[in-house]
Design a protein around this ligand. Structure first.
Ligand SMILES: Nc1nc2c(ncn2[C@@H]2O[C@H](COP(=O)(O)OP(=O)(O)OP(=O)(O)O)[C@@H](O)[C@H]2O)c(=O)[nH]1
Length: 308
């Protein structure tokens, strides 16, 4: 049998309530930082794909924002993105953190995926490093139970820890047989097809969210206006100029983002720059500006401008 006959390829997406560990798991599977993680809920704004390359398969991971009760236009659009993604993929991985009892948020999502009949579903119990074996066993039973209640036939129930890598490879082994046979979809070595500017914007957003008050995450958007190599630099010492705007909703939030005498914005810039340099492999000069886009979450025109 030729190897092309057996090669499998396809798309998987991880769903789950905010903070379930979807982005961290994506990163652990891909082995590099492609999705943005944060201990703040709802930070994954863009559908980021990570690509797992294996000799026998190519698994493309689509990372979606968490489905949630929409309160704004942005919330509704995010939910639409999630549902559209679910309908397209070859396998859905439902992430449930081991350290939290299955709650209304999980059930809400479980009911939604129960309605997508043809796509195989794998229950992934995440963050197993946070619990003992007794608690883990309880959670696995509860996951089986909720499947039975809602008529979801789990293709697998897999406990993993993205933090210490426990069973992460096993998860890929279990996902691959659920993909259709097919050729490689992306060139070898590609880890993501997100445009660089979007990833850079996400890294800035992640840095800007670090340690700010709870109400701010939804109010922050980042747009990279320009990424251009600095002219006149020697070939062995290139510098990439990046100009980006950090948008907030209200003037009063400006002080939070900028900090006393600009200290916070400076720290954000430094942290983001280091991440961007690691991502792009080139020295970067990062120019950040904070701008107010009044109530952008409720304004369709502004949403479009900010990339939603
Ligand atoms: N101890 C432990 N913590 C984890 C693990 N996976 C994720 N976390 C933490 O859980 C928090 C949320 O993880 P994310 O990967 O950002 O969760 P998410 O589901 O992508 O969240 P949203 O983007 O809000 O939908 C972060 O603080 C992670 O560091 C794990 O395996 N073990």
């Amino acid at each position: 049998m030729s190897s092309t006959q057996q090669h499998r390829s396809g798309f998987a997406c991880f769903v789950g309530r905010p903070n379930a560990g979807k982005s961290t798991l994506t990163n652990a599977l891909v082995g590099t930082k492609v999705a943005i993680t944060s201990d703040r809920p709802q930070t994954t704004r863009h559908t980021v794909r990570g690509i797992v390359h294996r000799p026998d398969a190519q698994l493309v991971l689509v990372d979606t924002p968490g489905l949630h009760k929409p309160r704004t236009l942005l919330g509704e659009r995010l939910n639409d993105v999630v549902r559209a993604t679910w309908a397209e993929v070859d396998v859905i991985g439902f992430c449930l953190p081991a350290d939290q009892k299955i709650g209304p948020g999980d059930k809400f999502i479980a009911k939604e995926i129960a309605g997508i009949k043809r796509t195989p579903k794998v229950a992934i119990v995440t963050k197993t490093d946070l619990v003992d074996s007794k608690r883990l066993a309880e959670q696995l039973l509860d996951v089986a139970k909720i499947g039975a209640e809602l008529g979801i036939e789990w293709a697998e129930i897999v406990p993993v820890s993205a933090k210490d890598g426990h069973q992460v490879d096993l998860l890929v082994d279990l996902l691959v047989p659920l993909l259709p046979e097919g050729p490689t979809l992306y060139p070898h070595g590609d880890l993501t097809d997100e445009p660089e500017q979007v990833m850079v914007a996400e890294l800035i957003r992640e840095a800007a969210l670090e340690g700010v008050r709870d109400e701010l995450p939804h109010s922050l958007a980042v747009v990279v206006e320009e990424m251009i190599p600095r002219e006149g630099r020697p070939a062995d010492r290139p510098l990439l100029d990046i100009h980006a705007n950090v948008y907030i909703e209200r003037q009063s939030q400006k002080a939070i983002v900028i900090g006393t005498r600009g200290a916070r914005l400076k720290a954000v810039g430094t942290a983001a720059r280091q991440q961007i340099e690691a991502l792009l492999g080139t020295p970067v000069f990062l120019d950040l500006h904070v701008k107010v886009a009044k109530d952008w979450q409720r304004d369709p025109k502004q949403l479009r401008k900010l990339g939603f």
